[in-house]
Write a protein that binds this ligand. Structure first.
Ligand code: KG4
Ligand code: ZN
Length: 347
């Protein structure tokens, strides 16, 4: 039985390791790579090198904080994709070596499945069926989850991911990278009535689109004669528009499935504004399950948790496990609604 699981996450710019014992979090170490701030975004080659330099020490620290020797680890769970190819490879190669050297079980985990499992680290009773809205820098997924490991895609983004929109708009406003936290901090100071931005595709369906909204902010930034004065109002108008779209689609999905739980996950779910609005909109309809910000941003605890679930089902990866930048979500089925949306979208 794989009871002590070492989790490893290196898909983007966080080098992270965690230890999970019988499903309980024993330690979590997250090292955020500062170097990318200088460039205003993640530089893939620098991310790989920084992971390579830091990962052994991050793993040692996670083991020490859990009070466990390497020999006490039964299994290794590692993010195998999606993400930056070189960055993922560092984690996968390390995990394979660690597992092989100690004759341990190995399991490759999909990064977004990790985000989906994050709330289960703090809420052991969390169980499907539920609707999940997973919003990160690379993905915007609305899922019907009838059971762990079975995912029906209700909708996703046709262009930018929600987090990507936050990051691009933050750059337009001169707020630096990563943009989400900076916008969330500034937005409450803004006047919500000064800028009303479009709510793309909000009227119907489960699909998302954020690139038009980003362009609308760009035009507003170009039109202002005093960005200093308008910055908070623009941040407020943008955040209100994104959250309105996200929460409207989430509520539609909850009502159409009839489920009584909604899960929020991914880096954008660090936003207290998002979880508060979702809880407000779904009051009396569904409870909103969301992990603490530390577990919603990229971290190895969620990878260990998703891996532990699959290990308990007897799943194992073999030594051919490879990093895949475009790894598909295991167990993902298209729903009829998604098929319909795609048909109408294609020319
Ligand atoms: O899941 P994540 O840490 O990394 C990826 O898998 O991409 O998500 C990062 C994204 C970034 O785009 C960041 O701006 C966004 O999450 N984010 C937020 C907040 N905190 C992080 N977006 C809005 N509000 C926040 N408080
Ligand atoms: Zn992520």
């Amino acid at each position: 039985m794989a009871d002590a699981v070492l989790g490893i996450e290196t898909s983007c710019d966080e080098t992270s390791a965690a230890v999970l014992v019988s499903g309980e979090l024993a330690s979590l170490v997250i090292l955020s790579q500062d170097i990318h701030k200088v460039f205003g975004g993640v530089v893939p080659e620098l991310a790989s090198r920084a992971h390579l330099a830091a990962l052994p020490a991050v793993v040692d620290r996670a083991l020490a904080e859990a009070g466990l020797a390497p020999s006490a680890i039964d299994a290794v769970a590692v993010t195998a994709g999606p993400g930056l190819a070189g960055a993922l490879l560092v984690g996968v190669v390390y995990a394979k070596s660690f597992a092989f050297a100690g004759d341990r079980a190995l399991i490759g985990v999909h990064h977004m499945e990790g985000h989906l499992f994050a709330p289960a680290l703090e809420d052991r009773d969390l169980a499907p069926p539920f609707v999940a809205l997973l919003v990160s820098g690379g993905h915007t997924l609305l899922l019907d989850v009838p059971a762990w490991g079975r995912y029906r895609l209700l909708g996703e983004t046709r262009d930018d991911a929600a987090g990507e929109a936050f990051d691009k708009v933050a750059t337009l406003l001169g707020l630096g990278y990563p943009g989400g936290p900076a916008i969330e901090k500034l937005a409450p100071e803004g006047d919500p009535s000064r800028f009303t931005f479009p709510r793309p595709m909000m009227a119907e369906g489960f699909e998302f689109s954020f690139s038009g909204l980003k362009t609308a902010v760009l035009h507003a930034v170009r039109a202002t004669d005093d960005l200093e004065r308008d910055r908070a109002d623009l941040a407020r108008g943008f955040q209100d528009a994104v959250l309105d779209v996200l929460v409207t689609k989430l509520e539609r999905a909850v009502r159409s499935t009839g489920y009584s739980t909604a899960v929020l996950g991914g880096g954008v779910a660090c936003s207290r504004a998002l979880s508060a609005r979702a809880a407000e909109r779904l009051a009396g309809v569904a409870r909103v399950a969301v992990a603490s910000p530390r577990l919603n941003a990229d971290n190895a605890a969620m990878i260990a948790r998703a891996g532990w679930h699959r290990l308990r089902l007897g799943e194992r990866s073999d030594w051919t496990l490879d990093a895949r930048a475009d790894l598909p979500l295991p167990g993902l089925e298209m729903s009829e609604t998604t098929h319909d949306a795609r048909r109408t979208a294609s020319p």
